[in-house]
Design a protein. Sequence first.
Lengths: 114, 112
Amino acid sequence: NAGVMQNPRHLVRRRGQEARLRCSPMKGHSHVYWYRQLPEEGLKFMVYLQKENIIDESGMPKERFSAEFPKEGPSILRIQQVVRGDSAAYFCASSPDLRRNEQFFGPGTRLTVL
Amino acid sequence: KQEVTQIPAALSVPEGENLVLNCSFTDSAIYNLQWFRQDPGKGLTSLLLIQSSQREQTSGRLNASLDKSSGRSTLYIAASQPGDSATYLCAVPMNRDDKIIFGKGTRLHILP
């Protein structure tokens, strides 16, 4: 059973471009969480999704950020018109239905905005 | 609002010593508590998960304890090795919400 997969592992964008980060949860997991780790900061929750539904987006910035978890395919975290302050490591986690508070983390995507 | 604090922020000890990392949380209504390890530029590795009904968990040279009433957890590392050098994160999910609240971590450096 492969772990949580994220791609790309490293992403470089210029200011104003779009960044798309992908997360494939573990097999059988239907709950996906996105976290962001800013330099010298702890991990902060962004959004929690189930298939085709956003359950909790209380940690998402109000503008430029969006997330989806379609019926088929990976979860996508999309950042429009990136700014230097978006440079961070973005981690995805997934959990099974019966143990939703036990989350398994992916290796992260490191976004650098030039 | 749950807040998780880890002390110390950084720690350097000689190889072979036993050490304790501390974690405190403000809301005792937790579902479980998890300790992670993060190597520089890498993802998170789950070390130990303690359910709210448990007092401690052990894995090899690692032992984690949980005292919900006082809002504290400790991670004990026995006979430290240079390979233990990493950042150790304490994390708490809430009952009502499924999101995890992380501490800022303790950066551990084991001196050879």
